[in-house]
Design a protein around this ligand. Structure first.
Ligand code: GLC
Length: 568
Protein backbone atom coordinates (compact mmCIF):
# COMPACT_ATOMS: atom_id res chain seq x y z
CA UNK A 1 0.00 0.00 0.00
CA UNK A 2 1.33 3.43 -0.90
CA UNK A 3 1.63 6.20 1.68
CA UNK A 4 2.87 9.76 1.67
CA UNK A 5 5.63 10.91 4.00
CA UNK A 6 6.97 14.09 5.37
CA UNK A 7 10.66 14.09 4.62
CA UNK A 8 13.35 15.70 6.67
CA UNK A 9 15.87 16.98 4.20
CA UNK A 10 19.29 17.44 5.63
CA UNK A 11 20.69 20.13 3.42
CA UNK A 12 23.83 20.55 5.47
CA UNK A 13 25.05 17.29 4.06
CA UNK A 14 25.02 18.61 0.52
CA UNK A 15 28.33 20.41 0.35
CA UNK A 16 30.59 17.73 1.71
CA UNK A 17 28.93 14.86 -0.10
CA UNK A 18 28.88 16.66 -3.41
CA UNK A 19 32.66 16.77 -3.48
CA UNK A 20 33.03 13.06 -2.93
CA UNK A 21 34.68 11.46 -5.91
CA UNK A 22 36.46 8.27 -6.45
CA UNK A 23 37.13 5.36 -8.62
CA UNK A 24 35.73 2.00 -7.79
CA UNK A 25 37.37 0.11 -10.60
CA UNK A 26 38.19 -3.33 -9.38
CA UNK A 27 40.40 -5.96 -10.89
CA UNK A 28 38.55 -9.25 -10.37
CA UNK A 29 34.97 -9.81 -9.49
CA UNK A 30 33.53 -8.13 -6.39
CA UNK A 31 31.45 -9.66 -3.61
CA UNK A 32 28.34 -9.26 -5.74
CA UNK A 33 30.00 -11.11 -8.60
CA UNK A 34 30.36 -7.92 -10.64
CA UNK A 35 33.28 -7.55 -13.02
CA UNK A 36 35.14 -4.27 -13.62
CA UNK A 37 33.05 -3.35 -16.64
CA UNK A 38 29.84 -3.53 -14.63
CA UNK A 39 30.98 -0.64 -12.48
CA UNK A 40 32.83 1.19 -15.17
CA UNK A 41 31.86 4.38 -16.90
CA UNK A 42 32.79 4.10 -20.57
CA UNK A 43 33.56 7.17 -22.65
CA UNK A 44 33.32 7.10 -26.42
CA UNK A 45 36.00 9.09 -28.26
CA UNK A 46 35.69 9.99 -31.92
CA UNK A 47 39.44 10.36 -32.51
CA UNK A 48 39.13 12.78 -35.44
CA UNK A 49 37.45 15.23 -33.09
CA UNK A 50 38.87 14.83 -29.60
CA UNK A 51 42.28 16.51 -29.43
CA UNK A 52 44.71 17.42 -32.19
CA UNK A 53 48.30 17.13 -30.97
CA UNK A 54 50.02 17.81 -34.32
CA UNK A 55 47.74 20.64 -35.38
CA UNK A 56 46.61 19.32 -38.73
CA UNK A 57 42.93 19.86 -38.00
CA UNK A 58 42.23 16.19 -37.22
CA UNK A 59 42.51 14.66 -33.75
CA UNK A 60 44.99 11.89 -32.98
CA UNK A 61 46.14 9.31 -30.43
CA UNK A 62 48.72 11.57 -28.79
CA UNK A 63 45.93 14.08 -28.33
CA UNK A 64 43.87 11.45 -26.50
CA UNK A 65 46.84 10.47 -24.30
CA UNK A 66 47.30 14.11 -23.34
CA UNK A 67 43.73 14.22 -22.09
CA UNK A 68 43.80 11.10 -19.93
CA UNK A 69 44.18 13.12 -16.74
CA UNK A 70 41.06 15.05 -17.62
CA UNK A 71 39.18 11.79 -18.16
CA UNK A 72 40.52 10.30 -14.95
CA UNK A 73 39.40 13.36 -13.00
CA UNK A 74 36.02 13.18 -14.64
CA UNK A 75 35.52 9.62 -13.41
CA UNK A 76 35.93 7.65 -16.62
CA UNK A 77 37.17 4.04 -16.38
CA UNK A 78 37.40 3.00 -20.02
CA UNK A 79 37.61 4.75 -23.36
CA UNK A 80 36.14 3.34 -26.53
CA UNK A 81 37.97 4.79 -29.53
CA UNK A 82 36.06 4.64 -32.81
CA UNK A 83 38.18 3.10 -35.61
CA UNK A 84 41.73 4.45 -35.76
CA UNK A 85 43.02 1.85 -38.24
CA UNK A 86 44.28 2.60 -41.74
CA UNK A 87 41.33 3.66 -43.84
CA UNK A 88 40.50 5.69 -46.92
CA UNK A 89 38.08 7.50 -44.54
CA UNK A 90 35.06 7.22 -46.83
CA UNK A 91 33.09 6.45 -43.67
CA UNK A 92 35.63 8.19 -41.42
CA UNK A 93 37.36 5.02 -40.31
CA UNK A 94 34.49 2.55 -40.53
CA UNK A 95 36.02 1.44 -43.82
CA UNK A 96 39.09 -0.38 -42.56
CA UNK A 97 41.89 -1.23 -44.99
CA UNK A 98 44.15 -2.90 -42.39
CA UNK A 99 42.86 -4.22 -39.08
CA UNK A 100 46.27 -4.58 -37.50
CA UNK A 101 47.80 -1.12 -37.80
CA UNK A 102 47.16 2.52 -36.88
CA UNK A 103 46.28 5.08 -39.53
CA UNK A 104 49.20 7.55 -39.82
CA UNK A 105 46.61 10.31 -39.53
CA UNK A 106 46.18 9.23 -35.90
CA UNK A 107 49.80 8.33 -35.16
CA UNK A 108 51.82 5.16 -34.88
CA UNK A 109 51.63 1.81 -33.15
CA UNK A 110 54.06 3.22 -30.57
CA UNK A 111 51.60 6.03 -29.89
CA UNK A 112 48.92 3.42 -29.42
CA UNK A 113 51.05 1.36 -27.03
CA UNK A 114 51.82 4.49 -25.06
CA UNK A 115 48.13 5.36 -24.86
CA UNK A 116 47.38 1.91 -23.44
CA UNK A 117 50.29 2.16 -20.98
CA UNK A 118 49.34 5.65 -19.82
CA UNK A 119 45.73 4.54 -19.53
CA UNK A 120 46.81 1.63 -17.38
CA UNK A 121 48.63 3.95 -15.00
CA UNK A 122 45.34 5.75 -14.49
CA UNK A 123 43.09 2.68 -14.42
CA UNK A 124 41.59 3.67 -17.75
CA UNK A 125 41.15 0.75 -20.09
CA UNK A 126 41.16 1.00 -23.86
CA UNK A 127 38.38 -0.49 -25.97
CA UNK A 128 38.78 -0.58 -29.74
CA UNK A 129 36.08 -0.54 -32.38
CA UNK A 130 35.98 -3.70 -34.46
CA UNK A 131 34.24 -3.30 -37.79
CA UNK A 132 33.13 -6.89 -38.22
CA UNK A 133 30.60 -6.68 -41.01
CA UNK A 134 32.71 -5.20 -43.79
CA UNK A 135 36.13 -3.96 -44.79
CA UNK A 136 37.20 -1.10 -46.99
CA UNK A 137 37.28 -1.84 -50.71
CA UNK A 138 40.98 -0.96 -50.33
CA UNK A 139 41.64 -3.84 -47.93
CA UNK A 140 44.04 -6.36 -49.47
CA UNK A 141 41.43 -9.08 -49.01
CA UNK A 142 38.94 -7.23 -51.18
CA UNK A 143 41.52 -6.13 -53.73
CA UNK A 144 42.37 -9.80 -54.21
CA UNK A 145 38.73 -10.84 -54.08
CA UNK A 146 37.87 -8.45 -56.87
CA UNK A 147 40.83 -9.42 -59.02
CA UNK A 148 39.22 -12.56 -60.49
CA UNK A 149 36.44 -15.08 -59.95
CA UNK A 150 39.02 -17.63 -58.90
CA UNK A 151 41.12 -15.49 -56.59
CA UNK A 152 42.03 -16.83 -53.14
CA UNK A 153 39.80 -14.28 -51.43
CA UNK A 154 36.89 -14.35 -53.88
CA UNK A 155 34.61 -16.07 -51.37
CA UNK A 156 35.63 -13.76 -48.54
CA UNK A 157 32.95 -11.35 -49.76
CA UNK A 158 29.44 -11.80 -51.16
CA UNK A 159 29.58 -12.04 -54.94
CA UNK A 160 26.56 -13.00 -57.03
CA UNK A 161 25.33 -12.91 -60.60
CA UNK A 162 22.65 -10.39 -61.45
CA UNK A 163 19.05 -11.59 -61.70
CA UNK A 164 19.21 -10.86 -65.38
CA UNK A 165 21.53 -8.61 -67.38
CA UNK A 166 21.73 -5.17 -65.81
CA UNK A 167 19.70 -6.19 -62.74
CA UNK A 168 21.06 -6.74 -59.22
CA UNK A 169 20.61 -10.14 -57.56
CA UNK A 170 17.67 -8.98 -55.40
CA UNK A 171 15.87 -5.94 -53.95
CA UNK A 172 18.04 -5.33 -50.89
CA UNK A 173 19.08 -1.73 -50.27
CA UNK A 174 22.10 -0.18 -48.62
CA UNK A 175 21.20 1.71 -45.48
CA UNK A 176 23.37 4.55 -46.77
CA UNK A 177 21.05 5.49 -49.60
CA UNK A 178 22.49 3.57 -52.53
CA UNK A 179 21.80 0.14 -53.98
CA UNK A 180 23.16 -2.74 -51.87
CA UNK A 181 24.83 -4.34 -54.89
CA UNK A 182 27.61 -2.90 -56.99
CA UNK A 183 28.45 -4.39 -60.37
CA UNK A 184 32.06 -5.22 -61.10
CA UNK A 185 32.55 -5.10 -64.87
CA UNK A 186 35.82 -7.03 -64.77
CA UNK A 187 34.40 -10.21 -63.27
CA UNK A 188 30.82 -9.65 -64.38
CA UNK A 189 29.32 -10.10 -60.90
CA UNK A 190 27.81 -7.94 -58.17
CA UNK A 191 29.19 -7.59 -54.63
CA UNK A 192 27.01 -6.85 -51.64
CA UNK A 193 27.43 -3.93 -49.23
CA UNK A 194 24.94 -2.98 -46.54
CA UNK A 195 26.74 0.36 -46.17
CA UNK A 196 28.68 2.38 -48.80
CA UNK A 197 29.90 0.66 -51.99
CA UNK A 198 33.41 1.19 -50.56
CA UNK A 199 32.44 -1.07 -47.62
CA UNK A 200 31.97 -4.57 -49.08
CA UNK A 201 30.37 -7.06 -46.66
CA UNK A 202 32.57 -9.91 -45.49
CA UNK A 203 31.25 -13.42 -46.00
CA UNK A 204 31.07 -14.72 -42.44
CA UNK A 205 29.85 -18.09 -43.76
CA UNK A 206 33.39 -18.67 -44.98
CA UNK A 207 35.40 -20.26 -42.11
CA UNK A 208 38.56 -18.54 -43.34
CA UNK A 209 36.92 -15.14 -42.80
CA UNK A 210 35.78 -16.13 -39.34
CA UNK A 211 39.27 -17.31 -38.43
CA UNK A 212 40.95 -14.18 -39.78
CA UNK A 213 38.58 -11.96 -37.84
CA UNK A 214 39.01 -13.88 -34.58
CA UNK A 215 42.77 -13.56 -35.08
CA UNK A 216 42.41 -9.78 -35.36
CA UNK A 217 40.90 -9.71 -31.89
CA UNK A 218 43.80 -11.81 -30.52
CA UNK A 219 46.27 -9.39 -32.08
CA UNK A 220 44.83 -6.46 -30.13
CA UNK A 221 44.14 -8.34 -26.88
CA UNK A 222 47.83 -9.20 -26.82
CA UNK A 223 48.61 -5.50 -27.12
CA UNK A 224 46.62 -4.74 -23.99
CA UNK A 225 43.21 -3.87 -25.38
CA UNK A 226 40.47 -4.52 -22.78
CA UNK A 227 37.77 -5.33 -25.28
CA UNK A 228 35.92 -4.31 -28.39
CA UNK A 229 32.88 -2.41 -29.39
CA UNK A 230 31.58 -4.57 -32.22
CA UNK A 231 30.29 -2.48 -35.09
CA UNK A 232 27.05 -3.22 -36.92
CA UNK A 233 26.64 -6.78 -35.66
CA UNK A 234 23.01 -7.01 -36.80
CA UNK A 235 24.13 -7.15 -40.41
CA UNK A 236 26.79 -9.90 -40.26
CA UNK A 237 24.78 -12.53 -42.12
CA UNK A 238 22.45 -12.57 -45.09
CA UNK A 239 20.03 -15.16 -46.38
CA UNK A 240 22.17 -17.30 -48.73
CA UNK A 241 19.17 -17.65 -51.06
CA UNK A 242 19.00 -13.86 -51.34
CA UNK A 243 15.23 -13.80 -50.85
CA UNK A 244 13.75 -10.37 -51.62
CA UNK A 245 12.81 -8.30 -48.57
CA UNK A 246 9.12 -7.39 -48.23
CA UNK A 247 8.41 -3.85 -49.40
CA UNK A 248 6.58 -1.66 -46.85
CA UNK A 249 4.40 1.39 -47.46
CA UNK A 250 6.11 4.77 -47.71
CA UNK A 251 9.61 5.92 -48.56
CA UNK A 252 12.81 6.50 -46.59
CA UNK A 253 14.93 9.67 -46.28
CA UNK A 254 16.53 8.92 -49.61
CA UNK A 255 13.17 8.56 -51.33
CA UNK A 256 13.39 4.77 -51.73
CA UNK A 257 10.63 2.33 -50.77
CA UNK A 258 10.72 1.26 -47.12
CA UNK A 259 11.78 -2.33 -46.64
CA UNK A 260 11.34 -4.90 -43.93
CA UNK A 261 14.93 -6.10 -43.76
CA UNK A 262 14.17 -9.61 -42.58
CA UNK A 263 16.54 -11.37 -44.94
CA UNK A 264 19.71 -9.35 -44.40
CA UNK A 265 19.55 -8.33 -40.73
CA UNK A 266 19.48 -10.09 -37.38
CA UNK A 267 19.75 -13.57 -38.84
CA UNK A 268 20.09 -16.26 -36.14
CA UNK A 269 23.63 -17.04 -37.32
CA UNK A 270 24.74 -13.69 -35.85
CA UNK A 271 24.56 -15.36 -32.45
CA UNK A 272 27.01 -18.08 -33.48
CA UNK A 273 29.54 -15.43 -34.45
CA UNK A 274 29.00 -13.60 -31.15
CA UNK A 275 29.67 -16.82 -29.25
CA UNK A 276 32.90 -17.38 -31.12
CA UNK A 277 34.09 -13.83 -30.53
CA UNK A 278 33.16 -14.25 -26.87
CA UNK A 279 35.15 -17.46 -26.50
CA UNK A 280 38.28 -15.62 -27.62
CA UNK A 281 37.46 -12.57 -25.47
CA UNK A 282 37.13 -14.84 -22.44
CA UNK A 283 40.61 -16.23 -23.03
CA UNK A 284 41.90 -12.71 -22.45
CA UNK A 285 39.41 -11.57 -19.80
CA UNK A 286 38.05 -8.99 -22.23
CA UNK A 287 34.68 -7.40 -22.68
CA UNK A 288 32.50 -7.24 -25.79
CA UNK A 289 30.18 -4.30 -26.33
CA UNK A 290 27.73 -4.56 -29.18
CA UNK A 291 26.26 -1.99 -31.49
CA UNK A 292 22.93 -3.69 -31.13
CA UNK A 293 20.06 -1.90 -32.74
CA UNK A 294 17.05 -3.62 -31.25
CA UNK A 295 13.42 -2.67 -31.41
CA UNK A 296 12.45 -4.37 -28.16
CA UNK A 297 13.90 -5.79 -24.98
CA UNK A 298 13.50 -9.40 -26.12
CA UNK A 299 15.84 -8.79 -29.03
CA UNK A 300 18.29 -7.09 -26.69
CA UNK A 301 18.10 -10.03 -24.33
CA UNK A 302 19.07 -12.41 -27.12
CA UNK A 303 22.39 -10.63 -27.57
CA UNK A 304 23.55 -11.66 -24.07
CA UNK A 305 23.22 -15.27 -25.20
CA UNK A 306 21.02 -17.99 -23.75
CA UNK A 307 23.90 -19.07 -21.54
CA UNK A 308 25.40 -15.61 -21.08
CA UNK A 309 27.85 -16.66 -23.72
CA UNK A 310 27.54 -13.82 -26.22
CA UNK A 311 28.01 -10.10 -25.55
CA UNK A 312 28.56 -8.96 -21.98
CA UNK A 313 27.45 -5.48 -23.01
CA UNK A 314 24.91 -5.23 -25.82
CA UNK A 315 24.12 -1.54 -25.97
CA UNK A 316 20.59 -0.54 -25.19
CA UNK A 317 20.18 2.03 -27.95
CA UNK A 318 16.43 2.14 -27.65
CA UNK A 319 16.32 5.23 -25.43
CA UNK A 320 18.07 7.20 -28.16
CA UNK A 321 14.91 6.81 -30.19
CA UNK A 322 12.55 8.32 -27.61
CA UNK A 323 11.02 11.36 -29.20
CA UNK A 324 10.50 13.40 -26.06
CA UNK A 325 10.97 13.31 -22.33
CA UNK A 326 8.16 11.18 -21.03
CA UNK A 327 8.61 9.79 -17.52
CA UNK A 328 6.13 7.04 -18.38
CA UNK A 329 8.06 5.94 -21.43
CA UNK A 330 11.35 5.79 -19.53
CA UNK A 331 9.75 4.05 -16.55
CA UNK A 332 8.26 1.31 -18.71
CA UNK A 333 11.46 0.83 -20.66
CA UNK A 334 13.73 0.69 -17.62
CA UNK A 335 11.37 -1.75 -15.91
CA UNK A 336 11.41 -4.02 -18.96
CA UNK A 337 15.20 -3.88 -19.24
CA UNK A 338 15.61 -4.75 -15.56
CA UNK A 339 13.03 -7.52 -15.78
CA UNK A 340 15.05 -9.09 -18.59
CA UNK A 341 17.51 -10.15 -15.92
CA UNK A 342 20.78 -9.03 -17.49
CA UNK A 343 23.19 -6.20 -16.79
CA UNK A 344 21.86 -3.16 -18.67
CA UNK A 345 24.07 -0.92 -20.79
CA UNK A 346 22.68 2.57 -21.20
CA UNK A 347 23.56 4.96 -23.98
CA UNK A 348 21.86 8.26 -24.71
CA UNK A 349 23.84 9.34 -27.72
CA UNK A 350 26.82 8.56 -29.95
CA UNK A 351 28.59 9.49 -33.17
CA UNK A 352 25.64 8.40 -35.33
CA UNK A 353 22.84 10.05 -33.38
CA UNK A 354 21.88 13.69 -32.85
CA UNK A 355 23.29 14.60 -29.45
CA UNK A 356 20.88 14.14 -26.59
CA UNK A 357 21.59 17.72 -25.54
CA UNK A 358 20.12 18.82 -28.87
CA UNK A 359 17.35 16.24 -29.14
CA UNK A 360 15.69 17.37 -25.93
CA UNK A 361 16.86 20.98 -25.64
CA UNK A 362 14.02 23.51 -25.38
CA UNK A 363 16.15 26.66 -25.71
CA UNK A 364 15.36 27.68 -22.13
CA UNK A 365 16.47 24.82 -19.90
CA UNK A 366 19.18 23.25 -22.05
CA UNK A 367 21.75 22.81 -19.28
CA UNK A 368 19.12 21.57 -16.85
CA UNK A 369 18.00 19.00 -19.38
CA UNK A 370 21.60 17.91 -19.95
CA UNK A 371 22.02 17.41 -16.18
CA UNK A 372 18.73 15.59 -15.90
CA UNK A 373 19.65 13.17 -18.70
CA UNK A 374 23.05 12.63 -17.09
CA UNK A 375 21.45 11.80 -13.76
CA UNK A 376 19.15 9.37 -15.52
CA UNK A 377 21.63 7.16 -17.31
CA UNK A 378 24.36 7.43 -14.72
CA UNK A 379 22.28 6.43 -11.69
CA UNK A 380 20.49 3.46 -13.20
CA UNK A 381 21.54 -0.09 -12.48
CA UNK A 382 23.94 -0.99 -15.27
CA UNK A 383 26.94 0.21 -17.19
CA UNK A 384 26.90 3.56 -18.92
CA UNK A 385 28.58 4.70 -22.10
CA UNK A 386 29.13 8.44 -22.39
CA UNK A 387 29.91 10.26 -25.62
CA UNK A 388 32.65 12.89 -25.64
CA UNK A 389 31.34 16.38 -25.00
CA UNK A 390 28.13 15.24 -23.39
CA UNK A 391 29.64 16.21 -20.06
CA UNK A 392 29.98 19.85 -21.10
CA UNK A 393 26.52 20.06 -22.63
CA UNK A 394 27.84 20.03 -26.20
CA UNK A 395 25.11 20.30 -28.79
CA UNK A 396 24.94 19.34 -32.44
CA UNK A 397 26.44 21.74 -34.93
CA UNK A 398 24.73 20.60 -38.12
CA UNK A 399 25.96 21.73 -41.54
CA UNK A 400 24.18 24.82 -42.78
CA UNK A 401 24.31 23.88 -46.44
CA UNK A 402 24.91 20.80 -48.55
CA UNK A 403 28.32 22.14 -49.59
CA UNK A 404 29.47 22.07 -45.97
CA UNK A 405 28.62 18.41 -45.48
CA UNK A 406 31.44 15.89 -45.00
CA UNK A 407 29.47 12.74 -44.23
CA UNK A 408 28.51 11.17 -47.60
CA UNK A 409 25.01 10.24 -46.45
CA UNK A 410 24.41 13.92 -45.75
CA UNK A 411 25.43 14.83 -49.29
CA UNK A 412 23.23 12.10 -50.73
CA UNK A 413 20.20 12.68 -48.55
CA UNK A 414 20.25 16.47 -48.14
CA UNK A 415 18.11 18.09 -46.77
CA UNK A 416 16.09 15.30 -45.14
CA UNK A 417 19.27 13.47 -44.16
CA UNK A 418 21.96 15.96 -43.12
CA UNK A 419 24.48 13.30 -42.19
CA UNK A 420 26.28 12.89 -38.89
CA UNK A 421 28.73 15.80 -38.96
CA UNK A 422 26.67 17.71 -36.40
CA UNK A 423 27.33 15.26 -33.58
CA UNK A 424 31.02 14.80 -34.48
CA UNK A 425 32.36 18.34 -34.11
CA UNK A 426 35.60 19.06 -32.19
CA UNK A 427 35.66 18.71 -28.45
CA UNK A 428 35.38 22.11 -26.82
CA UNK A 429 38.34 22.46 -24.46
CA UNK A 430 38.38 26.22 -23.91
CA UNK A 431 37.03 29.45 -25.39
CA UNK A 432 40.12 30.18 -27.45
CA UNK A 433 40.73 29.55 -31.17
CA UNK A 434 38.91 26.47 -32.40
CA UNK A 435 37.85 25.77 -28.82
CA UNK A 436 41.42 24.65 -28.03
CA UNK A 437 41.02 21.56 -30.20
CA UNK A 438 43.67 22.58 -32.75
CA UNK A 439 45.44 25.70 -33.96
CA UNK A 440 44.69 24.59 -37.53
CA UNK A 441 41.23 24.77 -39.07
CA UNK A 442 39.39 21.73 -37.68
CA UNK A 443 37.93 19.22 -40.09
CA UNK A 444 34.48 20.20 -38.82
CA UNK A 445 33.48 23.65 -37.54
CA UNK A 446 33.28 24.58 -33.87
CA UNK A 447 29.92 26.12 -32.91
CA UNK A 448 29.56 29.57 -31.35
CA UNK A 449 28.28 27.92 -28.18
CA UNK A 450 31.87 26.80 -27.47
CA UNK A 451 32.37 30.22 -25.89
CA UNK A 452 30.24 29.18 -22.93
CA UNK A 453 30.33 25.40 -23.19
CA UNK A 454 33.91 24.32 -22.86
CA UNK A 455 35.96 22.39 -20.33
CA UNK A 456 38.07 25.30 -19.02
CA UNK A 457 35.15 27.62 -18.32
CA UNK A 458 32.91 24.92 -16.93
CA UNK A 459 35.60 23.68 -14.56
CA UNK A 460 35.47 27.07 -12.87
CA UNK A 461 31.70 27.20 -12.63
CA UNK A 462 30.24 25.06 -9.83
CA UNK A 463 26.83 25.10 -11.55
CA UNK A 464 28.03 24.02 -14.98
CA UNK A 465 27.02 20.82 -16.71
CA UNK A 466 30.61 19.61 -16.31
CA UNK A 467 30.66 20.26 -12.55
CA UNK A 468 27.39 18.36 -12.27
CA UNK A 469 28.82 15.40 -14.22
CA UNK A 470 31.92 15.33 -12.04
CA UNK A 471 29.88 15.23 -8.83
CA UNK A 472 27.49 12.69 -10.29
CA UNK A 473 30.24 10.36 -11.44
CA UNK A 474 31.87 10.75 -8.05
CA UNK A 475 28.68 9.53 -6.39
CA UNK A 476 28.33 6.71 -8.85
CA UNK A 477 31.78 5.46 -7.95
CA UNK A 478 31.43 5.78 -4.20
CA UNK A 479 27.82 5.02 -3.25
CA UNK A 480 27.45 1.28 -2.81
CA UNK A 481 23.74 1.49 -3.63
CA UNK A 482 24.50 3.12 -6.99
CA UNK A 483 27.16 0.53 -7.79
CA UNK A 484 25.45 -2.60 -6.61
CA UNK A 485 21.88 -1.77 -5.73
CA UNK A 486 18.71 -3.02 -7.31
CA UNK A 487 16.30 -0.70 -9.07
CA UNK A 488 12.93 0.02 -7.45
CA UNK A 489 10.54 2.30 -9.24
CA UNK A 490 8.31 4.50 -7.04
CA UNK A 491 5.65 7.19 -7.60
CA UNK A 492 4.65 5.23 -10.64
CA UNK A 493 1.51 7.25 -11.39
CA UNK A 494 3.41 10.46 -12.01
CA UNK A 495 3.55 11.19 -15.75
CA UNK A 496 6.11 14.01 -15.37
CA UNK A 497 8.55 12.81 -12.80
CA UNK A 498 10.66 9.67 -12.76
CA UNK A 499 11.41 8.50 -9.23
CA UNK A 500 13.34 5.45 -8.20
CA UNK A 501 15.44 3.93 -5.50
CA UNK A 502 18.67 2.07 -5.79
CA UNK A 503 18.79 -0.31 -2.81
CA UNK A 504 21.70 -2.27 -1.50
CA UNK A 505 21.81 -4.10 1.82
CA UNK A 506 20.74 -1.52 4.43
CA UNK A 507 21.34 1.44 2.11
CA UNK A 508 19.29 3.21 -0.50
CA UNK A 509 19.69 6.15 -2.81
CA UNK A 510 16.62 8.00 -3.99
CA UNK A 511 16.64 9.65 -7.44
CA UNK A 512 13.95 12.11 -8.53
CA UNK A 513 13.98 13.51 -12.05
CA UNK A 514 11.51 16.13 -13.18
CA UNK A 515 11.17 15.49 -16.89
CA UNK A 516 8.85 18.43 -17.46
CA UNK A 517 9.22 22.18 -18.05
CA UNK A 518 7.13 23.13 -15.01
CA UNK A 519 7.71 22.77 -11.32
CA UNK A 520 6.36 19.53 -9.92
CA UNK A 521 5.49 18.77 -6.33
CA UNK A 522 6.49 15.21 -5.74
CA UNK A 523 4.99 13.27 -2.86
CA UNK A 524 7.15 10.47 -1.57
CA UNK A 525 5.62 7.05 -1.63
CA UNK A 526 8.28 4.72 -0.36
CA UNK A 527 6.35 2.39 1.91
CA UNK A 528 6.11 -0.14 -0.90
CA UNK A 529 9.90 -0.20 -0.82
CA UNK A 530 9.78 -0.92 2.92
CA UNK A 531 10.73 2.60 3.99
CA UNK A 532 8.34 4.08 6.52
CA UNK A 533 9.73 7.28 8.02
CA UNK A 534 12.95 7.71 6.06
CA UNK A 535 15.48 10.47 6.70
CA UNK A 536 17.28 11.88 3.71
CA UNK A 537 20.79 13.14 3.24
CA UNK A 538 20.95 15.16 0.07
CA UNK A 539 23.75 14.00 -2.19
CA UNK A 540 23.24 16.14 -5.26
CA UNK A 541 20.65 18.41 -6.79
CA UNK A 542 20.55 20.61 -9.86
CA UNK A 543 18.28 23.15 -8.17
CA UNK A 544 18.89 26.81 -8.84
CA UNK A 545 17.25 27.84 -5.58
CA UNK A 546 18.21 26.38 -2.25
CA UNK A 547 15.53 24.22 -0.70
CA UNK A 548 15.20 24.60 3.03
CA UNK A 549 13.07 22.84 5.59
CA UNK A 550 11.14 19.61 5.71
CA UNK A 551 8.68 18.68 3.01
CA UNK A 552 5.71 16.45 2.65
CA UNK A 553 6.24 16.88 -1.04
CA UNK A 554 9.40 17.73 -2.88
CA UNK A 555 9.23 20.91 -4.97
CA UNK A 556 11.09 19.96 -8.12
CA UNK A 557 12.17 22.80 -10.41
CA UNK A 558 11.71 22.29 -14.17
CA UNK A 559 13.96 19.48 -15.46
CA UNK A 560 15.66 19.20 -12.10
CA UNK A 561 17.48 16.39 -10.36
CA UNK A 562 17.30 15.41 -6.70
CA UNK A 563 19.51 12.60 -5.40
CA UNK A 564 19.53 11.68 -1.75
CA UNK A 565 20.72 8.91 0.46
CA UNK A 566 18.16 7.35 2.73
CA UNK A 567 19.65 7.07 6.16
CA UNK A 568 16.44 5.80 7.86
C1 GLC B 1 28.06 1.71 -37.44
C2 GLC B 1 28.90 2.92 -37.06
C3 GLC B 1 28.70 3.97 -38.10
C4 GLC B 1 29.17 3.43 -39.42
C5 GLC B 1 28.48 2.11 -39.76
C6 GLC B 1 29.15 1.40 -40.87
O1 GLC B 1 26.72 1.97 -37.42
O2 GLC B 1 28.54 3.35 -35.78
O3 GLC B 1 29.34 5.17 -37.79
O4 GLC B 1 28.94 4.36 -40.44
O5 GLC B 1 28.49 1.22 -38.66
O6 GLC B 1 30.36 0.87 -40.42
Amino acid sequence: MKRKFAMAILLAAVACLMTARGNAQTKGVDTEGHAWWQHAVFYEIYPRSFADSNNDGVGDLKGITAKLDYLKELGVNAIWITPCFPSPQVDFGYDVSDYEAIDPMYGTMEDFDRLVAEGKKRDIRVILDFVVNHTSDQHKWFIDSKSSKTSAHRDWYIWRDGKRPGQPPNNWLSTFGTAAWTFDAKTGQYYYHYFYPQQPDLNWRNPAVEKAMLDVTRFWYKRGVAGFRLDAVDTLYEDPNLTDNPVLPGTDKFGRPNMDEIHNKKLPEVHDAMKKLRTVADEYGSVLIGETWTSNVDQLKDYYGAKNDELQMPMDLMMTGFKGLSADEYRKHIAAVNAAGHWPVYVITNHDIVRSNTRYADGVHNDDIAKMMAALYLTLRGSAIMYYGEEIGMENNDPKSKDDVQDPIGKLGWPLEKGRDGERTPMQWNHETNAGFSVAKPWLPVPASAITHNVASEMKDPDSVLSFYRKLLGLRHTEAALLEGDYVSTNEDNPNVLTYLRRYKGEAVLVILNMSAVEQKVPFELSAAGLREPKLEVLLTSFHKQVKGAFAVMPMEPYSVFIAKITK
